[in-house]
Design a protein around this ligand. Structure first.
Ligand code: ADP
Length: 473
């Protein structure tokens, strides 16, 4: 595939390409251009040139274009999902859900475009009026990860386009095909040339141009905390606004009054979806003493019944990890825990290739890398706890603060613990927390900014205060 810049499909000036491999088989799926600094600058210039007319459209006109894109995504869901599975590995049903979730963001923000309202503030003195309006921030750079190659882009471009911004997207080099497919649909939907540009290539080369350009007024990033820090520092010279959706280390608390069926189902989804490669995956599962053994047994039963396989096989529940390095990392974390006395209840090894068995562990010490780092694999460590205060303290003892989960039937405890957890999002008796209608985002080392809901549009608008004087008394 080629890159989409200023409404044209381009190759790299150098002719260089990057290979995109199927993580399940290692086969070549396609190649994409390895663009350089010059082509990236062209994309930024195109976005700047397209900005005045795009931001001047009425909200309804921008919404109409977005809804055409939404319609195309929905009518091509199967095709888009197959491409996503080939480059990323997740089971087809999850890929389909991702495409639909991304499309939901387009619909939500097409509607929200019409509600980007301001304020009239009661004047502090006679003869003038104080008015606040919201305007688009301008050209936006969006850098996205490989674990959700489609929806992570839509979560950024939907509010950006709704607000009247134009965008340069740099998808992850491991999964650029879904992004470029989206470019094709945008062209078909009538998104004007330059409003949405998609560039692929060496991250640091493209990243440097995006960071150093004074034209790019905002950077929206999803990825690791380490790269997020680098990009935040790199945004300082041009004082860009930044939104950072970074790593997580989600605690999953199960109290002894919880509905255990619900809790096990929630844990399976929060742990094994996308083979555990999500920033809100349950990373530490804390279960109260009285129900610990039963919960661990039930979770292990559920985990051992999940089928590993190629994502395109309809029988597959869990696909491969993204790379062999990811498998090595998971093996290392697991080996460290086992050496420190943890017990493998089910799973525990790679059956070959980039696959890793759904795994449940008990007896894990709190201070190990397994509990302190993002596992990003299908390994579920189950810890035990005795009382509420101590488990909340353990849950909060991390630099991260993205998502947390609590299972309890006691509504007072649900409120108390929900408020005490230092996280941007808390699922209470529910682990499927992602929706276009709600603000997704973290605190602490998990970043800043929110995606989804009416709050999400704020990241793409600037407030302007107009003081209208000389109006007499
Ligand atoms: P992950 O751990 O999910 O792979 P990364 O933070 O490594 O997350 O990557 C997320 C995105 O950031 C990808 O699109 C990647 O290409 C991009 N990226 C990585 N390093 C840089 C960089 N130096 N400049 C710009 N983008 C980068």
């Amino acid at each position: 595939m080629r890159c989409y810049v200023d409404g044209e499909w381009i190759s790299a000036d150098s002719g260089d390409t990057l290979e995109v491999l199927d993580p399940a088989t290692g086969e070549l799926v396609d190649t994409v251009p390895a663009l350089g600094a010059k082509e990236t600058r062209r994309a930024i210039e195109a976005a700047a040139a397209a900005l005045p007319s795009w931001r001047s459209l009425t909200a309804a006109d921008r919404a109409a274009v977005m809804m055409r894109l939404h319609g195309l995504m929905r009518s091509r869901t199967d095709e888009l999902a197959r491409l996503l599975t080939r480059e990323q590995g997740k089971p087809l049903a999850e890929a389909r859900a991702e495409i639909l979730s991304g499309a939901d963001f387009l619909e939500f923000y097409a509607e929200e475009a019409k509600r980007i309202t301001g304020d009239v503030i009661p004047a502090d003195r006679a003869g003038r009026r104080l008015v606040v309006i919201r305007q688009p921030v301008g050209v936006v750079a969006a850098i996205t990860p490989w674990n959700f190659p489609s929806s992570m882009i839509l979560r950024k471009i939907a509010p950006a386009l709704a607000a009247g911004c134009t965008v340069v997207v740099k998808p992850a080099e491991l999964t650029p095909l879904s992004a470029l497919a989206l470019g094709g649909l945008a062209e078909e939907a009538g998104v004007p040339a330059g409003v949405l540009n998609i560039v692929t290539g060496e991250p640091s080369v493209i990243g440097r141009e995006l960071l150093e350009s004074p034209v790019v007024r905002k950077l929206s990033f999803t990825g690791s905390t380490e790269v997020g820090r680098h990009l935040t520092r790199g945004s300082a010279d041009t004082l860009k606004r930044v939104s950072m959706e970074l790593g997580g280390n989600a605690p999953f608390l199960v109290f002894d009054d919880a509905d255990l069926d619900l809790a096990v189902r929630g844990a399976v989804a929060a742990k094994f979806r996308n083979a555990g490669q999500t920033c809100i995956s349950a990373n530490r599962i804390y279960v109260q003493d009285r129900v610990h053994d039963e919960f661990a047994r039930r979770l292990a039963d559920a985990a051992s019944s999940l089928r590993l396989g190629h994502g395109l096989d309809p029988a597959t529940d869990v696909g491969p990890l993204i790379s062999s390095a990811a498998v090595t990392k998971v093996e290392g974390l697991l080996a460290g825990a086992v050496a420190a006395g943890a017990r493998v209840v089910t799973g525990g090894r790679s059956p070959g290739g980039r696959f890793f068995e759904p795994t449940v562990l008990t007896g894990v010490r709190d201070d190990l890398a397994l509990g302190c780092e993002e596992i990003f694999g299908p390994v579920a460590p189950v810890y035990s706890f005795t009382d509420e205060d101590s488990v909340v303290a353990r849950a909060n003892a991390t630099e991260f603060g993205l998502a947390a989960y609590v299972y309890t039937e006691d509504y007072r405890r649900a409120w108390r613990v929900g408020e005490a957890l230092e996280y941007g999002m808390v699922g209470v008796n529910d682990s499927a927390i992602v929706t276009a209608a709600a603000p997704f985002g973290g605190i602490k080392a998990s970043g800043s900014g929110r995606e989804g809901s009416r709050y999400g549009i704020e990241d793409y608008t600037e407030l302007k205060y107009l003081c209208l004087g000389g109006l007499g008394s």
